[in-house]
Design a protein around this ligand. Structure first.
Ligand SMILES: *Cc1c(COP(=O)(O)O)cnc(C)c1O
Length: 326
């Protein structure tokens, strides 16, 4: 029942629930025919599970740079990263802000590539009036408790309009079964607990109102901070962010964060280092030379507090602290 409700929320024909967002990416890639030795184009300023999903499928991540103004995949960088081994583009709607999908879908059509969207931070975000997730071949969501729609534990889902992908993810999440005790392909165990599905079904009707409160707080921040020495990333035309996080870029980040903390406002950094700079992904370190905007952004991004339950007073306190800190 939750699967049907979430598919219809996203405007997709199918939704297949799995155990986590990482599994959603892994299984969606496999179900799209991506595997060992294939290359998947993505970004380096993301949460590590984006890349864990890719490597679990056997494929290799190829990182492209981001736009400075959106902090999302720069469509203009994608074409030169395509090789004969490229099988898919995996845009990440980071911080809840939709990637410019029209350019990416056009390239995918031109080069016959799959498009798998990482929607783990973007439940309900829209691009060109349509919800993310059903824009490419498959969209992958996480229901980790901190996400815009969170369970009381781990969970994830793949949404798609492609019947074959839906069928394969359904098989892959359940040991490759087509019917009980008949295993057509080798699969995995990646179920969403019934209990989590029940929580999610009960919470889904509130998602839009939570997202609009997030947008409301974000626009208060944007207006109140516009004269300060910081930069707020923006939606490109057609994009409607759901502000999973509210990001600003500041040049002297450590000093800014200390000053915010002195005033009782805790800030966070999502994410301090690009994936190829992590020890686990040292094999991809040479790709950093293609990622100057990513490197700059990772040194400047700060997340200000933003959650739907924030009171107007709390929002004002954050704004006052920013003014004082800068
Ligand atoms: C949370 C997240 C994931 C993975 O989700 P899990 O449910 O924790 O496996 C993937 N990509 C991004 C961008 C995320 O923020």
């Amino acid at each position: 029942m939750f699967e049907d409700a979430f598919a219809s929320y996203c405007g997709a024909r199918f939704a297949v629930a799995v155990a986590s967002g990482t599994d959603a990416l892994h299984l969606a890639l496999r179900a799209s025919g991506i595997g060992s030795g294939d290359e998947v184009i993505t970004v380096a300023n993301t949460c590590v599970p984006t890349v864990v999903g890719i490597t679990m499928s056997g494929a290799l991540p190829v990182f492209v740079d981001i736009r400075a103004d959106t902090l999302n995949m720069d469509p203009a960088q994608v074409e030169s990263a395509i090789t004969p081994r490229t099988k898919a583009i995996l845009p990440v709607h980071l911080y809840g802000r939709p990637v410019e999908m029209s350019a990416i879908l056009e390239l995918a059509r031109q080069y016959s590539l799959r498009v798998i969207e990482d929607c783990a931070q973007a439940h309900g975000a829209r691009y060109g009036g349509k919800k993310v997730g059903a824009l490419g071949d498959a969209g992958c969501f996480s229901f980790y408790p901190t996400k815009n729609l969170g369970a009381f534990g781990d969970g994830g889902i793949v949404v798609t309009n492609d019947e074959q992908i839906a069928k394969l993810v359904r098989m892959l999440r359940s040991y490759g079964e087509t019917e009980r005790y008949h295993h057509e392909i080798e699969g995995f165990n990646s179920r969403l607990d019934e209990l989590q599905a029940a929580f999610l079904l009960a919470k889904l009707p509130f998602l839009d109102s939570w997202n609009s409160r997030r947008r409301e707080i974000a626009s208060i921040y944007e207006n109140a901070l516009s004269d300060l020495d910081l930069v707020c990333p923006r939606d490109r035309a057609g994009g409607e962010s759901v502000f999973h996080l509210f990001i600003v870029r500041v040049k002297q980040r450590a000093r800014f964060r200390d000053r915010m903390r002195d005033q009782g406002v805790e800030t966070l950094v999502h994410y301090p280092s690009p994936i190829p700079s992590q020890p686990a992904y040292a094999a991809f370190a040479s790709q950093m030379s293609n990622l100057p905007e990513t490197a700059l952004a990772c040194g400047e991004v700060v997340s200000l507090p933003l959650f739907p339950e924030m009171t107007p007073d709390e929002v004002e306190r954050v704004i006052a602290a920013c003014r004082e800190a800068l």
